[in-house]
Design a protein around this ligand. Structure first.
Ligand code: SME
Length: 151
């Protein structure tokens, strides 16, 4: 499935009436994981700026023990502080990395901005080395812009 086709799916998920934001975000995680062959775990972490921690929100894939991540720790925690996309082609090359599964080879984390503030992120793990391109970044930035309107 192309990212353009997936954008239509995501739009349809977001246009449902009477569905909570959490449920829509779960459906988006499932749609992304099912339709992009190299997306093996897809989830949202939401920021608590008072405690400087990220909290696992809706996700699709194997449950993770890492439900709370301090800002600065791991790829996710670094994005909470940098406010920038982080593409990791090979997790072996990262010192500040939190392993959720030994199968994971690469990761992409894209922040979600609401009114200019970094409120969370989408985190995707892949079992392939170096699968992510600028197209993934563009698509996931678009997804996050849509999600920000829900929150
Ligand atoms: N690998 C992430 C932790 C979250 S799991 O991938 C679900 C990190 O280094 O921040």
């Amino acid at each position: 499935m192309t990212f353009d086709d997936l954008k239509i799916q995501v739009t349809n998920i977001l246009n449902q009436n009477g569905v909570t934001p959490d449920k829509m975000m779960t459906e988006i995680c499932e749609a992304l994981r099912t339709n992009v062959s190299y997306y093996d775990w897809v989830g949202f972490y939401m920021a608590n700026h008072d405690s400087k921690t990220l909290h696992l929100g809706p996700f699709a894939g194997t449950p993770t023990d890492h439900t709370v991540i301090p800002f600065g720790k791991g790829i996710c925690g670094q994005v909470a502080e940098s406010n920038s996309n982080f593409v990791v082609p090979d997790v072996k090359g990262q010192d500040n990395y939190i392993a959720c599964s030994i199968a994971v080879k690469s990761e992409i984390v894209i922040p979600i901005f609401k009114d200019g503030k970094n409120i969370g992120q989408i985190d995707i793990d892949s079992n392939k080395v170096d699968p992510f391109t600028k197209e993934d970044e563009d698509f996931l930035e678009w997804v996050n812009t849509q999600i920000a309107e829900l929150l």
